[in-house]
Write a protein that binds this ligand. Sequence first.
Ligand SMILES: *[C@@H]1O[C@H](CO)[C@@H](O)[C@H](O)[C@H]1NC(C)=O
Ligand SMILES: *[C@@H]1O[C@H](CO)[C@@H](O)[C@H](O)[C@H]1NC(C)=O
Length: 273
Amino acid sequence: MATLGQIIFCSMITLIIIFGAAIILILALSFSGQLSEVKSNDVTPIANLGDDQLLSCFENSEAKPAKFTNMAVSWEKTGLTGSVYRYSAGAPSLLDQAPQFKGRTQLFPDALLAGNASLLLRSVRPSDAGQYTCSMSSSAGSGRVKVQLQTAAYSAPAFNLKGGALVAVAPRWFPKPGVAWSDFFGTVLNGSTSFVKSSVGVFTVISTLQPITDGETYTCRIQNDLVSGVSKATVTDSSVKAKTYFTFNAASSLLTSTHLSMMSSVLCIYYLT
Ligand SMILES: *[C@@H]1O[C@H](CO)[C@@H](O)[C@H](O)[C@H]1NC(C)=O
Ligand SMILES: *[C@@H]1O[C@H](CO)[C@@H](O)[C@H](O)[C@H]1NC(C)=O
């Protein structure tokens, strides 16, 4: 038999737990309403050294306002003293910008008004590789996303015929790639490849395939850990027609987006006998 005291005590505990849970739930809901998600189209981009690279970051709120107001953006790089780029109160805020990013970074003002804080990084250098964090806050909420930038050099080879051999010359590759040739049916062919290293450590790739057959289409794959360039070269009469496409080794699931979910359950079982 439960005494009156026990019943009151248990009811009080139950009420406290229910109120507590309700408060947590209300807080969680109001937060999730405000904290619209900040996302990136590519959290593991691979930049071609010397080229410009976009680091994607945008607000992905469900209730997308026509215009975001009170927009503040901060791009930081892990281990860097100073910022990569900052924007607040309607203007760039670059007093503490790290010297190596001065004059090399920009946001897009029009895109910014639509909640897109993607950063353009000009003329990428090897030292730009690393982890970037884009933090945004606006009338629609706030959030952040991390972008892991890797750098490589890659270029499409030029093909020509020399002394009955098919020669591929690709002027810029880094890290040092491997080269594989195959015929139309995918049979591996025996090419011979040499590399010329430039003063800055970037490789020129020269690969020769012999013998070759007129009318045949050959595949030349130049590949390192980060980038793969696949060229299809068709030999006709004394000319070569070639097309190259690149694929990027999306660097794994280093950065899977995390999702905060709060679940609360309250259970109070008591027996009144
Ligand atoms: C953000 O803006 C950049 C620059 O205009 C653009 O290239 C990119 O596609 C935009 N991203 C989104 C998700 O709108
Ligand atoms: C491949 O070519 C090299 C010379 O370019 C030659 O020494 C080697 O024997 C060839 N290998 C095969 C399997 O044909």
